[in-house]
Design a protein around this ligand. Structure first.
Ligand code: FES
Ligand code: FE
Length: 437
């Protein structure tokens, strides 16, 4: 039996190691997080035409995300309703329907069961209307990013993003919009899905240490681990539903990309002027920085390094990593392709910085009966949380683990709450709880 409240001590910033290996907890995560929260599916730019589809996962449930005749997007379980065979074996493509490889039932783009071989053999009790594909009840987009939710009682996507939508707008609400350059690279790592998510949400601490050798190779000299400690380096943010991000304003965001994509200098200057007009000078300062962020539960991004990632759980110690390049739709095709090469040089499957990180995640497997006992610590900056007049959410320093703590606070609320109504109640006082401690 799991004592959920013992798993995360939100007030003191510690977590039980059990959440990284225990199968019972993992199954609860599938039920109360991945079948309840908004899960990133794809970007509208990757399925622009009628019939375009991609196959991805919500937890371990495979789904087909499919552009409809009227331009809307639906998502269905990638599973035949007859005897449960997998329906689509491609990762992406264009189709008006799928027929199952087992007995040939065929499903149309809107999910209906369109034809059944030998259907006269079924008899009068068989009603074809009842056996369409199982549809994901909620599919919504924000700035072209498409999310699905298995729980019809969830708040809308914009409300779920909450304070973080303000930050996303800074880099995603560009004239012409954002696009993801696909197809995504895919790889499998031996780690728990929370290890990479918590890293991207706010682990400034590791950068000057884990990545010292790569930074020395790229920049000529590695900044010391203390380089991000002063107040004017930036800040981290946490929000009600566990999303968080960090913004470094001391480093030039696209420093790793400009050598092969020099046009980014100019694009950044244009964007900075736009944001200054729309949101003011303080917000504009963020445009030339580098950001790390995660949207609860398993979507991460680096603005400046222009990558978006999804960490699909495949068990307590296995993750499928999907990586896309973030580009602006109005950029030339040539620039998008150079950007794709440059971003993957650092954060693709064999990317220089990716390899550093994955090594740490792989090594955090908590194997061994005694090793798996006890607690883990993310107390950095505890008690220094604050609000700001300009920046939404609750803030901590750039060298702080405030965003990780916020992630695990909401994580525990999810596991402890049987439905969204209870989850809303559990998180009502999230801000005052953080600021009053
Ligand atoms: Fe798909 Fe039988 S399992 S048609
Ligand atoms: Fe890293």
């Amino acid at each position: 039996m799991v004592d959920i409240r013992e798993l995360v001590d939100a007030k003191n910033g510690t977590q039980s190691r059990r959440i990284f290996w225990d199968r019972e907890i993992y199954e609860l995560e599938m039920q109360r997080i991945f079948a309840r929260c908004w899960i990133f599916l794809t970007h509208e730019s990757l399925i622009p035409e009628f019939g375009d589809f991609v196959v991805t996962r919500m937890g371990e449930d495979e789904v087909i995300v499919w552009r409809q005749r009227d331009g809307s997007i639906k998502a269905f379980l990638n599973n035949c309703t007859h005897r449960g065979a997998k329906l689509c074996t491609a990762e992406a493509g264009n189709s008006r329907g799928f027929s199952c490889s087992y007995h040939g039932w065929a499903f149309a783009v809107e999910g209906k069961l369109a034809s059944v071989p030998c259907d006269s053999a079924y008899g009068p009790l068989f009603d074809r209307q009842e056996w369409g594909l199982r549809e994901v009840p909620l599919v919504q987009s924000y700035q072209g990013f498409v999310f699905g939710c298995m729980d019809a009682g969830a708040p809308g996507l914009k409300d779920y993003l909450g304070d973080i939508a303000w930050y996303l707008d800074i880099w995603a609400d560009v004239p012409g919009g954002i696009e993801l350059v696909g197809p995504p690279s895919r790889s499998i790592i031996q780690a728990n899905w929370k290890s990479p998510t918590e890293n991207f949400i706010g682990d400034t601490y590791h950068v000057g240490w884990t990545h010292a050798s790569v930074m020395a190779a790229v920049l000529g000299q590695a900044p010391p681990q203390t380089a991000w400690m002063s107040e004017d380096q930036g800040f981290h943010v946490t929000s009600r539903y566990g999303h968080g991000l960090g913004v470094s304003t001391a480093f030039y965001g696209p420093m790793m990309l400009v050598e092969s994509c020099p046009e980014l200098h100019e694009a950044l200057a244009v964007r900075q002027a736009q944001v200054e007009q729309e949101k003011g000078p303080e917000a504009a300062k963020l445009v030339s920085g580098i950001w790390d962020g995660s949207l609860f539960p398993n979507c991460s991004y680096l603005y400046g390094a222009n990558v978006l990632k999804v960490w699909n759980p495949m068990g307590p110690d296995k993750v499928e990593v999907m990586t896309w390049t973030i580009a602006e739709r109005n950029m030339s095709d040539d620039l998008k392709q150079r950007l794709k090469v440059a971003t993957h040089r650092y954060f693709g499957t064999a990317g220089m910085l990716e390899s550093d990180d994955i090594d740490n995640f792989d090594n955090s497997a908590n194997r061994g009966y005694v090793t798996r006992q006890g607690r883990l610590n993310c107390q950095m900056g505890l008690g220094q949380e604050r609000e700001d007049d300009v920046f939404p959410g609750v803030l901590g320093d750039y060298m702080s683990e405030v965003a990780q703590r916020g992630f695990y606070r909401f994580y525990a609320d999810c596991l402890a709450s049987p439905n969204w109504q209870d989850l809303e109640e559990a998180t009502t006082r999230w801000k005052s709880d953080l600021l009053d401690q």
